[in-house]
Design a protein around this ligand. Structure first.
Ligand code: ADP
Ligand code: MG
Ligand code: MG
Length: 871
């Protein structure tokens, strides 16, 4: 730590984010790069931390440093802070290392008081402007620094507008605003018990304290929790000389993205408002103009702005989100940062930037968050159903996706409804940071006010949540909890659907369809594939899953759970008869009925996968999972088996186990009933021969024996399977290549892996069971108490979600080391849920696995995580 706590913009750079916060570092960078940035200085994040450590006061040396920089600023600007005729005004802006939209508050026009407001009016010749600035300052200072509810001021403003019969605040006259200032000051006096502070330095110190404190306001804390941002970073405070967008019709303020943050299209994208200041654009008070209109009214300035956008994009090598202000026809840049974007946009921008030669493919790959990728791998509305749906209003497609749910008009109501298992849409005039939790709980968000950069839009995009914003056709009454749109009244609890791509709002629920890998997404995944070294397969039990896996680029099937094939209408009855059989003959008879169905399943699966490998796991779950529980089904089964109801009930009772997950399942079943696995092996091989005879020469089924704990058990089961396979070869007078191996999911197997590997051609880590048995946490019950572990900070995340590298991961390491010693050619994969979780995928890459296997929808996520791990 240094003793310097305050930096002039000229002293900083974009590399100093941690110290100066993102906003401060970029303001410094832009100042030094010659962009028109109003001068100013930054109080560091270290000062913020010290502030909290020292009882929340500003210490003397800090005050001196601020004073020094202030005098410096006065010299640069040629105005002074307490000057009554030509006052220096500043903004006080928070800014932490990570940008937190709307989380912390800004105060503008600081330095104004009853005397200097007159000076400002005279020096600018614009009295209206001066009083507009003053009333804004009083409100912002009162709200941010003194916690006086904003509505108290809003009410007065609304009332005055009504009295004057005007709609917009910029239609109020200088006299009106003077009156408003009086009223505002009265509110301040009422609320605080003191006059509004007149001394600028006093105003400034109170504001700095408020910004520091806002680091710990509950909204900011929730946001940080949500985004895993540390509490110990602190916020910087930027003090910057003001420029005025509210000086008249040649002044204004706006925000722009250098590319479209919703879809990534390479076109300037943004909004502005003339004669406006600060947050007016995003607050949804007046509806802003699209940035392209600026070209019509101020062509030169527009060109200048486009030039800055280009320069900034090249400088930062990424899409920028830029805030600007125009003062009397002169352009100022007030902020730049890497723009938040939807995952669609992230992919398109990354791909385009590679092609534009701005970044390498590795850099591009590292910029897309695999966790965020999840958002585009989810369904969209079924086009046909959509065409039939009744559109009741259209707003802005502010954040893509499709959402259906019940309308709720209050964020807290959404939270409650979600807890009751409902799907909800949050419907608001406009959202504010207080609505965060409701936004998290909602399927989608609908607002009637605000543009593409409104709070709702920005936050929803960050969360990957579908959002339709600025839907002014929908008349939303939050108090009465109704919305009127397209002649229809939507009450609380009624179903609506939102299309975040088109901005359309529909009545009722709409069916959805699965997404595909196309366009830029496809291109991006090609880059990912070119960098990745570890294979990625799908867990797929049906040809449909397999095809879904292939659309997402699966390189094979890493896990086909055969039990899922047992649940079809017809087959389940044979499965049940097989389980309930009293004799070997009866069991074989039932298995004979299952054989052709299984064979057909495998045939179709191979066909779908072409030349790609398919790993089939032999029957795994405890048998009682297939047994009917309803009386009616038990009766039916008894009849079909020609035994008495009571007899069957007794058999069922016998099958009950105290700890089924540690019971009679996996290869243990085959130790008792080898004929089950023999039937499955026969089906696997017969189907493979069928396919081979059709010309798929490369067919290579991988037969996987689950839940092995001891090499002898494995050898016994394997021998049974091999015998059956040899029989098939003889009968068919043909052969296929196949692999036989085991799932590695019991700790004992991991630490004796060398013995098992002598006879196994592959290991596939079943990390769900390995975690369950390694920790002794029952997968079915741990959910109820693992959340306590997370809450109390014992675990950062559930080991069922993210692989526990130190424990379960160590078991994997041991198994790999021993396995390779005994069988250097052994193939290694993972097929537990972890196979699609980015941090676990990274770990698998580090372990040197040949592939991960995961659900079809997570394949692109796993691929991206694998590519990032390889960089
Ligand atoms: P946020 O982090 O919420 O975006 P900012 O600190 O960027 O808050 O301030 C919000 C807005 O206030 C800016 O976009 C800009 O329009 C306005 N603003 C901030 N500082 C100044 C300034 N020095 N002159 C004019 N406008 C300013
Ligand atoms: Mg900003
Ligand atoms: Mg298992």
């Amino acid at each position: 730590m240094t003793n310097k706590y305050v930096y002039d913009f000229k002293e900083g750079s974009k590399e100093m984010k941690e110290l100066l916060g993102g906003k401060g570092a970029n303001l410094a960078e832009m100042s030094n790069e010659g962009f028109p940035v109003p001068p100013g200085f930054t109080i560091t994040t270290e000062a913020c931390i010290r502030f909290f450590n020292e009882g929340e006061i500003l210490w003397d040396d800090l005050k001196k440093e601020i004073q020094f920089q202030l005098e410096n600023l006065e010299k640069t600007i040629g105005k002074s802070f307490s000057d009554k005729s030509n006052p220096l005004l500043v903004s006080v802006r928070s800014g932490s290392v990570f940008s937190m939209p709307g989380m912390m508050d800004t105060i503008l026009n600081l330095g104004l008081n009853d005397v200097s407001v007159e000076g400002l009016a005279k020096s600018t010749g614009n009295e209206r402007f001066a009083y507009d600035s003053y009333r804004r300052f009083i409100q912002m200072f009162s709200d941010v620094a003194m916690e006086i509810p904003k509505v108290r001021f809003d009410h007065l403003l609304e009332k005055l507008k009504e009295e004057r019969e005007v709609e917009l605040d910029n239609e109020l006259s200088a006299e009106d605003l003077k009156e408003l200032v009086k009223q505002y000051k009265r509110v301040y006096l009422e609320e605080i018990g003191k006059e509004f502070p007149q001394e600028p330095i006093n105003q400034l110190e109170l504001s700095v304290i408020a910004v520091f404190k806002s680091w710990r306001n509950p909204r900011a804390v929730i946001y940080r929790k949500l985004h895993n941002i540390s509490e110990n970073l602190g916020t910087a405070v930027n003090i910057q000389s003001m420029v005025y967008g509210n000086m008249g019709e040649t002044s204004g303020t706006g925000v722009a993205f250098t590319r479209n943050p919703a879809n990534g299209e390479n076109a300037l994208y943004g909004e502005y408002l003339m004669n406006a200041q600060g947050e007016d654009v995003v607050a949804g008070i007046r509806t802003p103009e699209p940035i392209s209109h600026l070209r019509d009214i101020m062509p030169d300035l527009y060109d200048e702005f486009v030039g800055y956008c280009d320069k900034l994009e090249h400088h930062y090598k990424d899409m920028q989100d830029i805030e600007f202000t125009i003062e009397n026809g002169k352009l100022y840049v007030l902020q730049t940062r890497n723009g938040k974007r939807t995952i669609e946009a992230a992919i398109t921008v990354a791909t385009d930037l590679i092609e534009e030669g701005l970044i390498t493919k590795e850099e591009a790959i590292n910029r897309v968050d695999p966790y965020q990728l999840d958002q585009i791998l989810h369904p969209t509305f079924d086009e046909e159903k959509l065409a039939e749906a009744h559109c009741i209003a259209t707003g802005l497609g502010a954040s893509p996706g499709a959402a259906s749910g019940r309308a709720y008009f209050d964020a807290d109501d959404v939270v409650i409804a979600k807890q009751n298992g409902e799907k909800c849409i949050l419907v608001r005039g406009e959202t504010s940071p207080e609505d965060i939790e409701g936004m998290v709980s909602a399927e989608g968000i609908l607002t009637s006010r605000g543009g593409m950069t409104s709070h709702a839009a920005v936050v929803a995009r960050g969360m990957g949540k579908c959002c339709v914003a600025g839907c002014s056709e929908a008349k939303i009454n939050e108090e009465e909890k109704v919305m009127r749109a397209g002649g229809i009244v939507i009450k609380e609890g009624d179903y609506i659907s939102l299309d975040g791509n088109t901005g359309k709002v529909y009545l009722g629920e709409i069916a959805k369809v699965q997404p595909t890998l196309s366009g830029n997404f496809g291109k991006f995944m090609e880059y990912v594939d070119s960098v990745r070294t570890m294979g990625v397969r799908a867990n797929a039990d049906t040809p449909k899953d397999a095809k879904q896996g292939l659309t997402f680029g699966a390189e094979g099937i890493g896990l086909c759970r055969t039990e899922h094939m047992f649940f079809g209408e017809e087959r389940i009855s044979f499965v049940r008869r097989m389980i309930m059989a009293n004799t070997l003959e009866e069991r074989k008879a039932a298995l004979d009925k299952l054989l052709p169905v299984q064979r057909q399943d495998f045939y179709e699966l191979y066909k779908a996968m072409g030349d790609r490998p398919v790993t089939v796991r032999l029957l795994d779950p405890p048998l009682h999972e297939f047994i009917p529980t309803r009386e009616k089904d038990i009766k039916e089964l008894a009849e079909s088996m020609n035994i008495s109801f009571q007899n069957l009930k007794d058999r069922i009772a016998e099958l009950q186990e105290t700890n089924p997950m540690l019971g009679h399942r996996g290869c243990r079943l085959a130790v008792t009933y080898p004929e089950i696995y023999r039937m499955q092996a026969r089906a696997i091989i017969e189907a493979a021969i069928d396919i081979k005879e059709e010309g798929y020469e490369a067919i290579l089924p991988e037969i996987m024996i689950p839940l092995v704990s001891h090499e002898k058990e494995y050898k016994y089961v394997k021998a049974e399977v091999l015998e059956e396979i040899e029989d098939v070869f003889k009968e068919r007078n043909n052969k296929v290549n196949y692999l036989i191996g085991t799932m590695l999911e019991v700790p004992r197997a991991a630490i004796t892996a060398d013995k098992i590997a002598e006879e196994a051609e592959f290991f596939s880590f079943g990390t769900n069971d390995l975690t369950q048995m390694g920790f002794g946490f029952s997968r079915d019950d741990a959910g109820t108490f693992l959340s306590d572990y997370e809450e109390k900070g014992i675990f950062e995340s559930s080991p069922f979600e993210k692989i526990d590298r130190d424990g379960i991961g160590e078991l994997m390491k041991i198994a790999i080391k021993l396995g390779k010693e005994a069988n250097p050619d052994i193939k290694l994969g993972i097929c537990g849920e972890h196979g699609g979780e980015p941090s676990s995928v990274e770990f698998c890459h580090m372990l040197g696995l040949d592939y991960v296997s995961c659900s079809p929808f997570r394949i692109p996520i796993a691929k991206l995580a694998a590519a990032q791990a390889a960089i």
